[in-house]
Design a protein around this ligand. Structure first.
Ligand code: SF4
Length: 564
């Protein structure tokens, strides 16, 4: 299963996937054999295997589940009845089928979602899932990956850009179609020196493009910082997209993978990167198939043309750990270790993957490189509303008529986004509030639906846009229940490395789930400690939902005292 060649330490998680895929679980006897083969201690193998939610370590005399059904219970799916579906499926199918709750699987626009083996079942209902189980879909090892869904432009309407521009990305699926639209011309020009690295870098800086994974660091400045570091330099691309409510990267990847790959190649050329590592979340089986096909096409193209050799591009698979969306945790995971965030400094740009200076980017940031470099920074900065500049891809889910990825001007308000891009609120629902940035970005009430949505505009209100995962809720929902759901998610996903987060999220989730008035003094203490003393953004941002419910929805949780 793991081949005969030398086994580098960083391939450990890939090997664990091969074993897990083939048998539905990891058996300790085989892990001992793997440890011997890779010249690792058993403790090293077990500590990694036990960290990731998608690996199940069993004794040799235990039986692997014949079939596992995961039902998403995160925000959008919970609003769509995911938890009730989970309970009813458990009653109907256990113990023959292992039915488990799973955090967000990145398909929130089609909630509720169940995943049978590796096959997502969208807008899942009890009869539909039972039928799929009866047919045995997803039961095989290795399970069949679901074919990617075709991109449906109609589902995006009315997603028109405000300047009447042509659609940015028709539903291209392969290299031929991408090249027919001028694809890879930019990369070839940069490699051939017809367009200088400095030219591209200047356009990136002038565009003001910021990291679209959530941190918002200016992309051009990051390129310049890493470029000035000693070679060899590496690139790590983050497609872990685990923030509940976020699905934009998957949507773009499934429809237009070469646009992203060209952006990555241009960045690699400009910054002087010698290898590109792509970290893709394990839940995205269809997207992985698309990306593998696109990489094969790209390799053939490079072989046949005189453009020169590609840098090595290594595709790595996550294993079910939200914290690996944090850049240093992702790097640890790419190195084949537990995904525990690193203390900084040193920063990733100086000492990242394998100890080398590393350019770390979210998928979507690279997706826009080609358009910005070819059309010019002014094209990108020509978009925007309410004094903000640029474009944002909002993942919109919840109580709207047309959920989906909405490419809209930066600074658009929630009210405008819902009315102009989502067809308004779902029938029978009135806006009560929204989460502007997934589980970690906090909650806002309907009376703040006219605040521009962008980096920096939400902080005065105690919220963050993050990866622009907008979850809209109505009078049918409870802000308190959504906040509790988010805290349960953080408790589940805490890597456990530092006590304020490990204990704080768990304790807060318990308190938030108790009936009656919240224990505000204790929740305030926990919030302060988590914000001040957690190592990474997970623990630091987890209290946002507490603070927001206390501030904006006090009628649901009792008087918060000095919480505002
Ligand atoms: Fe791990 Fe939480 Fe600490 Fe981050 S804040 S390092 S997730 S325990």
């Amino acid at each position: 299963l793991i081949g005969d060649g030398p086994h580098a330490r960083d391939e450990l998680i890939e090997h664990l996937h091969r074993l897990n895929d083939s048998q539905g679980a990891l058996f300790k006897g085989q892990l001992a054999a793997l440890a011997a083969e890779m010249r690792l201690s058993m403790a090293e193998v077990i500590e990694v295997a036990s960290f990731y939610h998608h690996f199940q370590v069993l004794d040799d005399d235990e039986a692997a589940p014949a079939l596992t059904l995961r039902v998403c219970d995160s925000l959008s799916c919970a609003m769509a009845g995911g938890r009730e579906l989970l309970a009813r499926l458990g009653e109907a199918l256990s113990p023959q089928v292992q039915v488990v709750a799973t955090p967000c699987v990145g398909r929130c626009e089609q909630a509720p979602v169940a995943v049978l083996g590796q096959r997502p079942l969208l807008r899942a209902t009890l009869p539909a899932v039972l039928q799929q189980v009866a047919q045995g879909d997803g039961a095989s090892h290795p399970p069949a990956a679901q074919a990617p869904q075709a991109y449906d432009p109609a589902a995006q309407a009315p997603c028109a850009l405000t300047r009447g521009d042509e659609p940015l990305s028709p539903p291209w699926t392969g290299l031929a179609a991408y090249r027919a639209q001028g694809g890879y011309a930019l990369w070839r020009a940069v490699v051939a020196g017809q367009k200088s690295a400095e030219e591209v870098l200047s356009e990136m800086e002038a565009s003001g493009l910021r990291g679209l994974g959530g941190a918002g660091f200016p992309a051009g400045r990051k390129w310049r910082i890493v470029r000035e570091q000693p070679a060899p330099r590496l690139m790590a691309v983050n497609i872990d997209e685990g923030e509940p409510g976020t699905f934009k990267d998957r949507s773009y990847l499934e429809r237009d993978p070469h646009r992203f790959l060209e952006g990555a190649l241009v960045a690699a050329q400009v910054v002087g990167v010698s290898a590109i590592y792509i970290y893709l979340r394990d839940e995205y089986h269809g997207a992985r198939a698309v990306l593998q096909q696109a990489l094969a096409e790209l390799q053939d193209f490079a072989n046949e043309s005189s453009v020169g050799a590609l840098p090595p591009i290594i595709l790595r698979r996550g294993a079910g750990a939200y914290v690996c969306g944090e850049e240093s945790a992702m790097i640890e995971s790419i190195e084949g270790k537990r995904g525990e965030p690193r203390l900084r400094p040193p920063y990733i740009a100086q000492r990242g993957l394998f100890g080398r200076p590393t350019l770390e980017h979210n998928f979507e940031t690279l997706y826009w490189v080609r358009d910005i470099a070819q059309r010019g920074a002014a094209w990108f900065t020509g978009f925007g509303r309410h004094g903000r500049v640029g474009l944002r891809s909002f993942s919109v889910s919840g109580r709207v008529r047309q959920p989906g990825v909405k490419l809209a001007p930066a600074g658009i308000t929630l009210r405008e986004l819902v009315e102009e891009y989502c067809g308004g609120m779902a029938e029978g629902h009135t806006l009560y509030g929204y989460l502007p940035g997934g589980a970690s970005g906090g909650l806002l009430p309907a009376r703040l639906a006219d605040v521009p949505l962008d980096f920096d505009t939400l902080q005065p209100h105690g919220c963050f846009i993050g990866s622009a995962a907008v979850v809209v809720f109505s009078q049918a929902d409870s802000a308190r229940a959504l906040a509790h759901n988010a805290m349960q998610f953080f408790a589940h996903e805490s890597c456990g490395q530092c006590t304020p987060c490990r204990v704080g999220t768990d304790k807060a989730a318990h308190l938030m789930g108790l009936p009656g008035t919240w224990d505000h003094p204790t929740l305030n203490d926990l919030s302060t400690v988590m914000m001040d003393a957690s190592i990474c953004g997970l623990g630091q941002a987890a209290p946002n939902v507490i603070r927001c419910v206390q501030r904006y929805f006090p009628e649901e949780v009792g008087n918060p005292g000095d919480a505002s």
